[in-house]
Design a protein around this ligand. Structure first.
Ligand code: AMP
Ligand code: GLY
Length: 442
């Protein structure tokens, strides 16, 4: 048997557990932050624990063959380094290189130093006065980005989350006073275009791409409201997105290639795990918005269910430093993932409440169900402040995948739940918008 410890307990981690367990030789152990009923069902043994020392202890006690980490937090805080001290391999980068997500300032400096494509105009700050002067003289629209981790909710963009210099400066004040993301921050030119998630498996030298996914970050339909960790996502049967040109994908590939190379040059550490470049195609080409040191959530739920190859073998190849294209094959199918979440998620979520999940009907409907930030108590399922569960449709084309996912949302019932019905729909609009952007006069 192969003993694997999975860290994390959201929808992404349920999808990781599902992919690992396709290999019948896997005995799964789980270190969860909340009691996810889906992961619990798939695992031999689990603990509900956030303390990394205790998680490493659990890995040692159960003699696991390797660990795989879902979320960024443990990676940025060095869980791979801690495991290495006990000779336990980890699919997930060591902290020297996970900093690519942990400090946005590090990522931008690296891009500049090594001439990595996709760089935007940026400046780093740690105090109010300098930022005020810069903002007041800045001629373009901009984004304000705390440098450290904020759970995907720290970035604010002109025209989307604030509309005046005054509001911008208020946010700057808050970042400094409340030390949001550590209190250091970037001011970047605002990029206008379509975002896409470019995820790769990598052993630090070689990398293999996954199907490209588009995530919906905003809380409300028509991309309104505050930012969330992601309300849903889709991918297409050709593994590309209809609004992207070949050159956009080539740039994303080049960004990843050069970043892996530069990370090694800079730190002497090979990056082992998943690297996810959040990119945006704009009228000039492709820009890098941010790097993530792990699978996207929800994006993991798009790609892992259509992975034809053995995920466990991919993990071993990553660890051995011998990852090749032939180890990674995905089905040519479209996917659509819709998250169901408590109303107000990301802003002002309600207290935990019970949700009823009709697993039988979901399965019969052909959708996949991945539980997220919920707690199972005495057979009942309760929400937390974050996303509840995701429904994934997989089909020959996106229309059908979207219908499968949308239809299955009715089998999750709770008083204060909602989901975005527009996920995976009206993609033609995005194609048109992108075309119009590209043909603008400069
Ligand atoms: P991040 O946490 O860096 O992924 O940022 C969250 C979201 O803010 C991104 O998915 C984008 O939608 C938006 N964003 C971040 N940086 C920029 C930028 N320079 N221009 C426009 N939008 C941005
Ligand atoms: N879906 C965005 C993220 O995982 O950061």
């Amino acid at each position: 048997m192969i003993k694997v410890l999975l860290i994390g307990s959201g929808g992404r981690e349920h999808a990781i557990a599902y992919a690992l367990k396709k290999n019948e030789n896997v005995k799964l152990y789980a270190a969860m932050f909340n009691k996810n009923p889906g992961i619990k069902k798939l695992s031999e043994k689990f603990i509900v624990e956030k303390d990394l020392n205790k998680i490493v202890e659990f890995a040692k006690k159960n003699n696991v063959d390797f660990v795989i980490v879902g979320p960024e937090d443990p990676l940025v805080h060095g869980v791979a380094n801690m495991l290495e001290k006990h000779n336990i391999p980890c699919v997930g980068p060591k902290k020297e290189v996970a900093i690519i997500e942990g400090e946005k300032i590090f990522a931008r400096r690296l891009m500049k130093k090594y001439n990595i494509p996709g760089l935007v105009e940026f400046k780093e700050f740690d105090n109010y006065e300098d930022a005020e002067r810069y903002i007041k003289n800045y001629k373009k629209e901009f984004a304000i980005k705390p440098s450290g981790l904020t759970g995907g909710k720290g970035v604010k963009v002109f025209g989307d989350h604030f509309n005046t210099i005054e509001e911008a400066l208020n946010y700057v004040k808050q970042i400094i006073e409340k030390k949001i993301g550590g209190g250091r921050f970037l001011i970047e030119e605002k990029i206008v275009g379509e975002e896409f998630s470019f995820q790769v498996f990598t052993d630090g030298k070689n990398f293999v791409e996954m199907p490209i996914v588009q995530d919906y970050k905003r809380a409300l339909e028509d991309d309104k409201g505050w930012n969330t960790g992601g309300m849903g996502s889709y991918s297409c049967e050709d593994h590309k997105l209809p609004f992207l040109e070949e050159k956009d994908i080539n740039t994303a590939r080049e960004i990843v290639r050069k970043t892996l190379e530069s990370l090694y040059k800079e730190t002497g550490v090979y990056y082992k795990g998943i690297l996810y470049a959040q990119c945006m195609a704009d009228r000039y080409g492709t820009k890098l918005i941010e790097f993530n040191c792990r699978f996207g959530d929800p994006e993991a739920m798009n790609v892992l269910p259509i992975l034809e190859s053995d995920f466990v073998e991919i993990c071993y190849k990553i660890l051995e430093g011998n990852l090749k294209k032939k180890h990674v094959k995905f089905e040519h199918k479209a996917t659509c993932c819709k998250y169901v979440a408590p109303i107000g998620y990301g802003l002002n979520p309600p207290k935990p409440f019970e949700v009823k999940v009709d697993e039988y009907s979901i399965e019969k409907s052909g959708a996949l169900l991945f539980y997220a930030s919920v707690n199972e108590e005495d057979g009942k399922i309760f929400t937390t402040t974050s996303r509840t569960a995701a429904l994934v449709g997989i089909a020959e084309n996106l229309n059908r995948a979207e219908q499968i996912a949308e239809n299955a949302t009715k089998y999750i019932v709770g008083e204060k739940l909602y989901h975005r019905r527009d996920i995976g729909k009206n993609i033609e609009k995005k194609v048109k918008r992108m075309k119009a952007l590209r043909s603008m006069d400069t």
